[in-house]
Design a protein around this ligand. Structure first.
Ligand code: PMP
Length: 343
């Protein structure tokens, strides 16, 4: 889901909403605007007012669903909107569903086409976040994964302003842990498992930090609440391995590619001790929403010189250029939506 990083100059935003109607309208929150009206539900494009899920739905009580979050970046100079690796996100949706024992009825290619069409139908010309969701929508009370009707939907929400403070995040290792693979597999993006992230996030904010870092049950650093983590020790970049209860982030693989290009060395995937974060030279988090977010302290200890690391900032810059179609590097990561462009 969304990396909920510290926001600058972004408050509650509502627009085009008259005060009396406001209570009935979807509300904008944080960096997100009012969701776009047209959504895709079980094969059809409908108005979101017709896409309500019942309070009886199995997923509402039990979190029995899986979801994705896909970045759409608007480039005003070209009047073009780019989706960032939509196929990779839909492939992960398929893998998450497989962990739950389900099959997504539409292929990643088909869902990518649907996403392009959804953007066009809403005429989206802002940065946006696409939210595919595959859940147990049937009214069955029984706690189980089989024999309950599912709903596959995609909605889109505008993203307003910048998502992350470039002066860096102050992080705290959480008292909450990532659920082990034997409890709730983190590599699948399962709706219910985000309760842990929410608990950790609120704990960190209430204690005066920007973001929480979660350890595995075994005490290795796993990730942020909605982002993967990278650490530099000297010339070596390290990220937790996929057996340390992380979500296998799409941005994580992009960052691994860019770091290898940048440094000429592969990123090492291995377990990270908490105290390594107290002695390392640079740390950043990464995810779809923020791309890269520098970390300036962990547990009140400065990371490096206590300022955002220069390599992380460079990778952020590169990813921003790729996401907005400004750079041709890794042009295969982005899918342009509109047929003709200005530039
Ligand atoms: N870990 C968690 C728990 C997340 O929710 C996310 C956001 N999807 C990430 C990592 C980063 O993954 P991605 O780069 O695919 O957005």
């Amino acid at each position: 889901m969304l990396a909920g990083f510290r926001l600058r100059n972004i408050g509650q935003v509502t627009f085009g909403v008259d005060a009396e109607a406001e209570e009935d309208m979807p509300q904008a929150a944080g960096p997100f605007g009012v969701p776009y009206p047209t959504v895709f539900v079980d094969g059809e494009f409908v108005d979101s007012s017709q896409a309500a899920i019942s309070i009886h739905a199995n997923v509402v009580s039990y979190g029995t669903g899986t979801f994705e979050g896909i970045r759409a970046t608007y480039n005003p100079d070209r009047d073009q909107l780019y989706l960032m690796e939509p196929k990779a996100h839909y492939e992960r949706l398929h893998r998450s569903a497989n962990v739950l024992g389900w099959q997504v009825p539409l292929s990643p290619e088909h869902l990518t086409d649907v996403s392009v069409e959804l953007v066009k139908r809403n005429g989206i010309r802002t940065n946006a976040y696409l939210r595919p969701l595959f859940v147990l929508a049937g009214a069955e009370l029984t706690v189980k994964m089989h024999g309950i009707s599912k709903q596959l939907s995609i909605a889109a929400t505008p993203v307003i302003g910048d998502y992350v403070a470039l002066d860096g995040l102050r992080c705290k290792v959480s008292s909450w842990r990532r659920s082990p693979d034997t409890v709730l597999p983190g590599r699948a993006k399962i709706c219910g498992s985000y309760v842990t992230s929410a608990l950790a996030k609120t704990e960190a904010i209430n204690a005066g930090y920007d973001e929480a870092l979660l350890m595995t049950a075994a005490g290795h650093i796993a990730e942020g609440t909605t982002a993967n983590i990278f650490m530099r020790r000297g010339d070596s970049w390290v990220t937790p391995s996929v057996t340390d209860d992380i979500l296998e982030g799409i941005t994580r693989s992009q960052v691994m590619t860019l770091l290898a290009e940048h440094t000429g060395r592969e990123v090492t995937e291995r377990s990270i001790h908490r105290s390594e974060l107290h002695v390392c030279d640079e740390v950043f988090l990464c995810g779809t929403a923020a791309l890269v977010a520098p970390v300036v302290s962990v547990d009140d200890r400065p990371v490096g010189d206590g300022k955002p690391g220069s390599i992380g900032l460079q990778i952020l810059q590169e990813l921003r250029q790729i996401a907005s179609g400004e750079s041709d590097r890794h042009g295969d990561w982005v899918v342009p939506v509109y047929d003709s462009t200005k530039g």
